[in-house]
Design a protein around this ligand. Structure first.
Ligand code: 6PG
Length: 484
């Protein structure tokens, strides 16, 4: 019986394109799709359509699917995150052999992946949770792939995953092992959080240029096209220019007809929740999530806009270059925050994430691909234990040059009533970070005043806690000194 090199379950757009990508790299691929109502005949349509004449084995039951793959089996699932992944794992288990590898290529939440790696290990199988970024086109022509999970599975799946991944300009595949447990899906979650941040920052630049510089869509497209040839060269800036140029069938710009309510599938929100759980100030990405939530309050926005007028606009004090520089500075701060979250979580989960490697596999294939990621790769290659991207000499020079523009743009937004939540978050984070003496002494005093929560003193050693009876009416008992 003919056997395949790899199996793929889930022939929606990403799965179908990944399967075609695998086949084009010389692998024979078994495919299967569960027969949900409305999805009957998906396998046959694929086999007789885009897969015609190619090295695929179309199968119609889990049993037939698993048995058609050479051992140790590599089975990639491209199904909706959440319970469908657990259900499919349960359906696969009775047919697997020891040493088989199950790869989840969906956008799963990393704690689920941590759990699944252990669960499959307990049954003698390997589980790999792999982020895959690049959308439909990336899946077909080369995505960025972020695998993690059962460490012993990596040598078994490396050829297929690196084979189908995008290649950076230096020829390196945009797929490297991220670490044990949920590391791969965690890194993909942070990628998506950064994607939210990038999209929000571009959107804020669009708002400022449109409302303060009075640029129309074609002029705006020209600006983004120009930026795409400089430091901001990236996929998201490139598609923004294309979107601004795009005209509907009636010849007018489609963008102006799109409702201003942003959707989301959850990965940005997970990044923000994870950051809070790790005590990490991921402010910019979190504001980008909030901005989507606020956009969704369409009725309340309508009401508020009828009650509160925008401040009377003064003459604009910023140039187009200021907006470009502000976008660059805020983007850099966003990446600094994203990498900071990764290092905190890496220490917590003992993943030993390699930040140079992560930046390098984001250079091509994924949604946040950009020239900028070459520079981040260089920064971490120079110093793998860099505490914060803002401490890298190259980025220090860049941020010093760009900060005056970020300050001006945020100020102009504030004075003219244009919400710039992520640019403002970038500025506040930067100023907070470079403040030697923060004002948190007052917070500590307040906590001690009303709740005997104690404080440390600048004239004593850190870790020694004091309590003051501020009113003369309190006792000597202090609250527990635990911190979350
Ligand atoms: C990618 C994308 C992708 C994500 C979509 C939708 O890397 O290819 O991040 O994984 O699911 O962009 O995300 P939202 O619906 O949450 O905006």
């Amino acid at each position: 019986m003919k056997t395949s090199n790899v199996g793929l379950i889930g022939l929606a757009v990403m799965g179908e394109n990944l399967a075609l990508n695998m086949e084009s790299k010389g692998f024979t691929v078994s495919v299967f799709n569960r027969n949900f109502p409305g999805e009957e005949g998906v396998v046959d349509r694929f086999i007789n359509g885009r897969a015609k004449g190619k090295n695929f084995i179309g199968t119609h039951s889990i049993d037939e699917f698993v048995n058609s793959i050479a051992k140790p089996r590599k089975i990639m699932m491209m199904v909706k995150a959440g319970s469908p992944v657990d259900e499919l794992i349960e359906q696969l288990i009775p047919y697997l052999s020891p040493g088989d590898v199950v790869i989840d290529g969906g956008n799963s939440d990393f704690p689920d992946t941590e759990r699944r790696v252990k669960y499959l290990e307990s049954k003698g199988f390997y589980f790999v949770g792999s982020g895959v970024s690049g959308g439909e086109e990336g899946a077909l022509n080369g995505p960025s792939i972020m695998p993690g999970g059962a460490v012993d599975a990596w040598p078994l799946v490396k050829d297929v995953l690196q084979g189908i991944a995008a290649k950076a300009d230096d020829g390196a595949p945009c797929c490297q092992w991220m670490g044990k447990g949920g590391a791969g899906h965690f890194v993909k979650m942070v990628h998506n959080g950064i994607e939210y941040g990038d999209m929000q920052l571009i959107t804020e630049a669009y708002a400022v240029l449109k409302h303060r510089k009075g640029l129309d869509n074609d002029a705006l497209a020209g600006v983004f096209e120009k930026w795409n040839k400089g430091d901001l060269d990236s996929f998201l800036v490139e598609i923004t220019a294309a979107i601004l140029r795009y005209r509907d069938e009636d010849g007018t710009h489609l963008l102006d007809k799109i409702r201003d309510v942003a959707g989301q599938k959850g990965t940005g929100k997970w990044s923000a929740i994870t950051a809070l759980n790790e005590n990490d100030p991921l402010t910019l990405i979190t504001e980008a999530v909030y901005a989507r939530l606020l956009s969704a309050l369409a009725d309340e926005r309508k009401k508020a806009s009828s009650i509160y007028a925008a401040p009377t606009a003064n003459d604009s004090l910023i140039t187009e270059t200021d907006v470009e520089q502000a976008l660059y500075a805020a983007k850099l701060i966003s990446y600094a925050q994203g990498f900071s979250l990764m290092s905190r979580a890496s220490a917590h989960y003992e993943w030993e994430l390699d930040y140079g490697s992560i930046a390098s596999i984001w250079r091509k294939g994924c949604i946040i691909r950009s020239a900028f990621l070459n520079k981040i790769t260089e920064a971490y290659r120079k110093n793998p234990s860099l505490e914060n991207l803002l401490f890298d000499a190259f980025f220090q020079g860049k941020i010093e040059a760009a900060m005056p523009s970020l300050r001006k743009v945020v100020a102009e937004g504030a004075l003219s009533g244009i919400a710039l939540p992520s640019m403002s978050a970038a500025l506040s984070y930067f100023d907070g970070l470079r403040t030697l003496h923060s004002a948190a002494n007052l917070i500590q005093a307040q906590r001690d005043y009303f709740g005997a929560h104690t404080y440390e003193r600048v004239d004593s050693e850190p870790g020694k806690f004091f309590h003051t009876d501020w009113t003369g009416k309190g006792g000597k008992t202090v609250s527990g000194t635990y911190n979350v």
